[in-house]
Design a protein. Sequence first.
Length: 464
Amino acid sequence: MKRLLTSVGVAVLATAASILVAVSPAEAAVGLHISGRNIVEANGQNFIMRGVNHEHVWFTGQTSSFANIKAAGANTVRVVLGSGKRWGPSNDVANVISLCKQNRLICVLEVHDTTGYGEDGAAATLDEAVNYWISQKSALVGQENYVVINIGNEPIGNTNAGQWTAATVAAIQKMRTNGFQHLLMVDAPNWGQDWQYVMRDNAQTVLNADTSRNTVLSIHMYDVFNTATAIRDYLDRFQNNGWPLVIGEFGWQQSPNNVDDQTLIAEANARGLGYLGWSWAGNNDPYLDMTVNFDPTQLTTWGLRLFNGANGIKATAKEATIFGGTPSPSASASPRPSASPSTSPSASPRPSSSPSPSASPSPGGRGCTAVYAITGQWPGGFQADVKVTAGSAAITSWTVTWTYANGQTVTQAWSATVTSSGSAVTARNVSYNGSLSAGASTNFGFLGSWNGTNAVPAVSCTAS
């Protein structure tokens, strides 16, 4: 159910909207921009994103990935950056843009530190993300033909998702006040999945807040969208209202509980919507990685489906005309007829209130602690986060263990290697997050299944 803003917040937004009505939609439209519900280039040619996410902030040495992503057929890469609040700071923005341009890729740049704000205590606010973009302005100005600024990744978790509207309006307006003319992209709340429909129900307010009328909305589709009905109902609402939308992240249907990726890419192709799969590599998980260890010759099942499928990247991607490519077809050329969508897709799982987190005992000296928290829960499934913190001395590796008491199982994980033996679960660090300085923290997450009871287990952490 949509959360309500305070009366003061509504009044402020309503006033802002009334002021903005008189602004010309074409004002300050430079480079890539919105026309109707389409993304178009400066020359007016339609551009439909077909690409992947690249975890640059954690793998800054993997610069060959840009060329490999292009060679695989993509026309866009969404690049993970850090603002310094949690990751980074990424001060190599000019080099990232250069790599995109050298490889004839449109560059979507995103700040990842905002992920799950309000539910994840380490997350940055959208306002802090805007401050990062301001700090990088010199590298971004003049690149409007090549760069889309995705202000903050999945900027609100499941706690008070209603705060997304005011925070997003303020972020967009602060970007424009500070002179950014780029196409802006804004992610949905609920860890990007919008299961409470805050973005869907407040889309027009957010779009109206942009004095340049140059914002595209972004939905991240994972297990909430595990049926064709859930996908179509959601996309119908945006299409019927003429709202610009990109599917900024999604995975594949490894099990029935996962996102229906084949329907997703077929619908995106039919509707002229851009899509960006998560991710090229780095998750250490075949559910999320498209390649094995960044090797373009070793596509995983997910990589094969996304790049080589009938509606996949190779079959549908058109290079941006700024690089000499042929234009993409207009999204309005073949709209998908549909009945009026339901207000809430009944097939989509709904996260419920989460049990309290559990923590391991505090270590003395060289060691670590771990805190296990359920960040989202719905019938039959849940998402959890584990925060690992080094003790009073630096560590080079860590292992977290727990035992489920209610028959839960881990179905997929990221940022850790997770194995199970019956009810016992062991999570070990991956290559990039094992070394922690004294008192420093890292996180890993996973999806799981449950039935009946989903109690939070006691966890233990050991380190070397």
